[in-house]
Write a protein that binds this ligand. Structure first.
Ligand code: PLP
Length: 309
């Protein structure tokens, strides 16, 4: 194993700044609103979207040490971390929620992690829920047998991740009035809002229920920037029942958006964001003349079909 990782950007050549595309959609244009898509899904084929922005600064900090991180059975973050380990030559350990999964064949998402060399450690849900407790984390680290590991939290969101996502905001300065993003752990919104200019605002659409997102974003901003930064808010109405939950209406909406605009719509996050934006436009939430940029934070992949089944 190499002792230091080459700079991730020099080796993986991400497409940055990511492309910004205008789409013609009458659900916005009829209100005088311009819709742009910020194509973060095109940043890198194996580390798309916010996963690149959040991981890159953490990989620099890990400096070649094994990276231990956490996720659910379909975690985009686990897949991106495993791919980075393969491409950059460092060891990865994925702690997966749900010890019952250990007895089943790997789903396509986890199979890809394993094929990329990630060591998978399945833990029961109670352990997983308390993984931020130092004693629980110490026990997990012991099980991996690796002593000098770099720990990245679930979803990849920590202070460095938020710093990386501030670049997303800076790329959009002067180009949109409102920037909208789907939220899982809140790291992307925390950084995005910090990178925007005065007069621009960010709105986040949590895909999970529970009302914890505002506090998560505040605490990430505190850790990354020392306090609240930027103008951001949340719209908590568009989770469709919670993480990875969907409805026939949402599925129709996503398929229709793909057909209209020839843009793949990732179902767990991006579909809910776009549906939310159409809803806000119809409510008159955007004044005529407003430019709204929707961040396409990731790619749809085959395993999503399996997950929805
Ligand atoms: C991980 C992920 C998110 C959530 O980002 P957070 O920083 O955790 O809020 C949003 N969209 C996609 C496609 C993702 O994979």
């Amino acid at each position: 194993m190499p002792q230091t990782t080459p700079d991730p950007a020099a080796t993986l050549r991400p497409r940055l700044p990511s492309p910004l595309e205008q789409v013609e959609d009458n659900r916005f244009s009829r209100y005088g609103v311009r819709l742009l898509l910020k194509r973060d899904d095109l940043i890198h084929p194996d580390l798309p979207g916010n996963k690149w922005r959040k991981l890159a600064p953490n990989l620099r900090a890990a400096a070649g040490r094994p990276v231990l991180t956490f996720g659910g059975a379909y975690s985009n973050h686990l897949r991106a971390t495993a791919a980075a380990g393969r491409l950059l030559g460092f060891r990865t350990i994925g702690v997966v929620r749900g010890d019952e999964l250990a007895k089943r064949p790997l789903n396509p998402s986890l199979a890809r992690c394993a094929a990329d060399g990630m060591r998978l450690l399945f833990v029961d849900r109670t352990t997983y829920r308390t993984k931020d407790d130092p004693a629980v984390l110490a026990r997990i680290r012991e099980q991996t047998g690796a002593d000098d590991v770099y720990v990245v939290p679930e979803g990849g969101s920590n202070a460095l991740a938020a710093t990386g996502c501030a670049e997303l905001g800076r790329e959009l300065r002067g180009l949109a009035d409102v920037v909208a993003v789907a939220c899982g752990t809140g790291g992307t919104l925390a950084g995005l809002a910090a990178g925007l200019d005065d007069g621009q605002r960010a709105v986040g659409f949590p895909v999970l229920r529970g009302g914890f997102m505002a506090e998560a974003v505040r605490s990430l901003q505190h850790a990354a920037f020392g306090g609240p930064v930027g103008d951001w808010s949340l719209d908590e109405r568009f989770h469709f029942g919670g993480y990875a939950r969907t409805t026939p209406g949402l599925e129709r909406f996503a398929a229709d958006f793909e057909a209209r605009h020839k843009v793949p719509v990732e179902r767990v996050y991006v579909a809910k964001l776009l549906h939310g934006l159409v809803g806000l436009a119809a409510e008159g939430a955007f004044a005529p003349g407003t430019t709204v940029a929707a961040v396409v934070t990731g790619q749809e992949d085959g395993s999503a079909l399996d997950r929805r089944a």
